[in-house]
Each structure stands twice: as structure tokens, then as C-alpha cells.
Design a protein. Structure first.
Length: 310
């Protein structure tokens, strides 16, 4: 049985979008600033001190509605995958002072070393704040705004459901009263089916319609290259940045195991990205080359949402 979409899930999606936009408005994080961040921590995990072969971007102040951390220079830290996973929604200082089996990445650190790392992170945050608009922590009014939007989204879901039931009753479509149906026993539409049936609700403009049509007859890698070449050519890629530089967003949108785009092609990722760069706003981007048949439907749906859904 498919997962039930809940008002909470919808509301959290809105908050994630709002926080992303707030981060961009506050200056975001440029490739140069990320390199400066890595240099500051000696290309090591900000929490464990381990040398990094592949750094994950982690937020010192978590990016959620209750803490309001933003994806901006000064709040994005390099971390190992293990430390990133264990930290979760904890502030940097709370995490570094945490002990027990859930925090194995920190078990070898003494109390003195933990406090030293907290101080190092705080020094970095202070050094990165070039203006009051560069927020590594949230203003109380922003936190109140995020909470207000979260509640409003849940209310919107409830109101829409109520209006839907009233309309169904008016049209004599609802066969069973809501309070008589055993919701737990009812089947729900799958996410895959939603994706499939939404694809034809929007019409792609040219040249994207032609690219999508050709894509159904070619390998998914070639299809992806043509899609992204066009997105860069007409500047539409700007609306997808910086999200496509992150593995999490690339997985949610395209089911890729790596970030869809990278700003550098190094010895560590050379096998994951095409050699020909795509250029936008003075920066070179490299497209992930790990496309498989399972990614095709996700690429189709994402393209339709990005182009026709706006």
C-alpha cells in the first residue's frame, strides 16, 4: 500500500522551499565560499577532524522550521557521511556534546577536544558573517514566520479536504460518508501512478517537447545531456540551482545517487561526471553521468514540472 500524503508532509515541503529561498536571498553559498570553508577546516570534518575524501555539506544550525538555519556561507560545514547522519536535527554544539551509542563518530573525542571544535566552528561562523543579512541563525520573527506558514499549509489541506467532500456530496460522487469509511483499509494511489498521470497534464513548449520525444527513443544518458544542455542554453537552469548540486535534492527529484551537477571534476569524481562543462553565470558545471533506465521517468516528470509547471 502506498504512503498516505499527509498535511504535515505537505507543510514540510513548503517550509523546505521557503528556507531554500531565504538562503538564496541571504547570499547563499558560492563554489568559492565552499572552497574557503574546506580550507578553513583543513579539508577535514568540522566535527570529527577526519580527513575528507568526499565532503558532505551539513548545516551547523539545522535547516528546519524550529531552528531556521539557512544554506548560506557560515552555516554550511564539511562533514563525513557518518557525522552528518548522526547529527541530524541537532545544533553543532549540542551534537558535539552528545555521547552514547548513537554518536559513534564522536566517541574518540575527549571533552576538551569537543569544546575546541565547538569554538572552531563558532570562530568560522563569526568570520563568515560579512553583514547582518548573512544569517547563520534565525531571527525570532523569521522563526515565527516559518511556524505560521507551516500551520497555514496544514489548515489549507484541511480546508481543501472539507471543500472537496462538500463538492463530492453535492455532485453525488461520494458513495460513503467520510465517518463511515474505514480509511485504514482503503487502498491509496501510489506515488508512481501520480507521477505517471501528471505527466500529460502540462504541455511542454518547444524545444523541450521535441527533446522529450527524442529522449524516449535514445539512451537515458543522451537524453539527460540534451535536456541539461537546453536548460543551460536558455538560462532556465538558474531556477534549479543550487539544489542540483546537492545529493539529497538530486535523489528526491531524479533518483540519482550523486549530485546531478558538480562545479569541479576531480580525481575523486571523474568517473561520475561528463567531461564537457556546461556554463552558467561564469561558472562551469559538470553533469552526472550515472543515468539508468529507472531514472528516465523521474527525468521526464522533473522536466515537465520545471518547464510546464511554472
Amino acid at each position: 500500500m502506498a504512503n498516505r500524503p499527509t498535511p504535515g508532509v505537505v507543510a514540510n515541503s513548503l517550509i523546505r522551499y521557503v528556507l531554500t529561498q531565504a538562503g538564496l536571498a541571504a547570499g547563499g553559498l558560492t563554489p568559492l565560499q565552499w572552497q574557503q570553508t574546506l580550507d578553513f577546516f583543513g579539508n577535514c570534518c568540522a566535527y570529527t577532524g577526519q580527513p575528507l575524501t568526499s565532503a558532505e555539506k551539513e548545516h551547523a544550525v539545522p535547516m528546519n522550521r524550529t531552528q531556521g538555519g539557512l544554506h548560506v556561507y557560515g552555516n554550511v560545514l564539511p562533514a563525513t557521511a557518518e557525522a552528518n547522519r548522526e547529527k541530524g536535527g541537532l545544533r553543532y554544539d549540542v551534537f558535539l556534546r552528545s555521547k552514547g551509542p548513537k554518536f559513534k563518530s564522536l566517541e574518540k573525542l575527549s571533552d576538551a577536544e569537543r569544546e575546541k571544535r565547538i569554538k572552531r566552528i563558532e570562530d568560522f561562523i563569526k568570520s563568515a558573517r560579512t553583514s547582518d543579512n548573512l544569517l547563520a541563525t534565525a531571527h525570532p520573527q523569521l522563526l515565527a514566520f516559518y511556524e505560521q506558514q507551516y500551520k497555514a499549509a496544514k489548515i489549507l489541506c484541511a480546508n481543501a479536504t472539507e471543500q472537496m467532500h462538500a463538492l463530492l456530496e453535492q455532485l453525488h460522487v461520494a458513495e460513503v460518508a467520510a465517518n463511515e469509511a474505514d480509511d485504514a483499509s482503503l487502498d491509496l494511489p501510489s506515488d508512481e501512478q501520480f507521477t505517471l498521470e501528471e505527466q500529460d497534464t502540462d504541455t511542454l513548449p518547444e524545444p523541450y517537447a521535441a527533446i522529450q520525444a527524442r529522449g524516449s527513443q535514445t539512451g537515458v544518458g543522451a537524453y539527460a545531456q540534451e535536456v541539461f544542455w537546453q536548460l543551460f542554453a536558455d538560462g532556465r537552469i538558474a531556477a534549479c540551482l543550487p539544489n542540483l548540486l546537492y545529493r539529497e535534492d538530486s535523489f528526491v527529484w531524479l533518483k540519482l545517487s550523486f549530485p546531478a551537477l558538480a562545479t569541479q571534476r576531480t580525481s575523486e569524481n571523474i568517473d561520475r561526471y561528463y567531461a564537457t562543462p556546461l556554463r552558467h553565470a561564469g561558472t562551469d558545471y559538470y553533469l552526472c553521468n550515472h543515468w539508468y533506465p529507472k531514472n528516465r521517468d523521474y527525468l521526464d516528470a522533473w522536466l515537465t514540472e520545471q518547464i510546464a509547471g511554472r
